[in-house]
Design a protein around this ligand. Sequence first.
Ligand code: ADP
Ligand code: MG
Length: 294
Amino acid sequence: ATPTSIMAGSGRAAEFGILFKGGEHLESAQAVEVVVLDKTGTVTSGKPVLTDVIPAPLMTEQSLLRTTAAVERQSEHPLAEAIVAGALDRSKALPLPEAKDFVNLPGYGVSARVDGRLVLVGTRKLMAERGVPVEAALAAMRQLEDAGKTAMLVAVDGKYAGMVAVADTIKETSREAVSRLQEMGIKVIMITGDNERTAKAIAAQAGIQQVLAEVLPEGKAEEVKKLQQTGKRIAMVGDGINDAPALATADIGMAIGTGTDVAMEAADVTLMRGDLNAIADAILMSRRTMGNIK
Ligand code: ADP
Ligand code: MG
């Protein structure tokens, strides 16, 4: 492609809300063979809503939710925001208790002290690591996850106290955007720190067959590297701080413009609209600019 056609292509892409950071990325996008999509905030809206509060025997729904929200109020995770908003909604203006000694456990959950008692909120792995027996909760947890919800277990002083679940639904356009990529001969893979069941349920809704789940925050770049070792050209699409290393590692990194600045800084392309149709658009514009399209 000539410098003039690259400039024209970049300009046209910008009109569609697709911002290439340099001409070389407009040139390389046409070669993409695999697109890796982050789940939360990329395939989904990223605005989870509290849907279920299931107390263990002898706990009330109110006390479980208020204790959980007290801890989550200290976290900036979207899951935490959903729990706090849901609790404030349902608790009829009761103030939340104070939480002390908050600890963030990336990829696993959170912990803090509420009324002097140690509260843990998070995954099965977190509970296993801390020796909290949760077998009694697992059947209900699986049911929530098969519905595409993220369920989080709660323990108080080492005992299972209940679970809360949130739903983060796929964007209206995700299914169409995925199918366009697949029709272009591009393989689509979803990656997430969320558990396998929830991830598979969400992926199925979006028409995605391949899922990499329970990937720890620092593991996403590692997974992109592994995919590159197959010799394929990999695009990574994400919105979060967690996605930044993977966006930088991929052959082409695409950040969602509604996401974090950190993701946009690490990426080669910013997709200003949250709509994933922009991925296929970007690749098509590159093919056209490079003369690989009639
Ligand atoms: P994602 O890639 O979907 O953003 P994360 O790596 O941030 O996922 O988190 C993975 C899992 O760890 C979540 O699905 C959740 O089960 C648990 N987790 C993370 N943060 C919290 C939190 N603040 N409260 C409870 N659980 C959490
Ligand atoms: Mg995300």
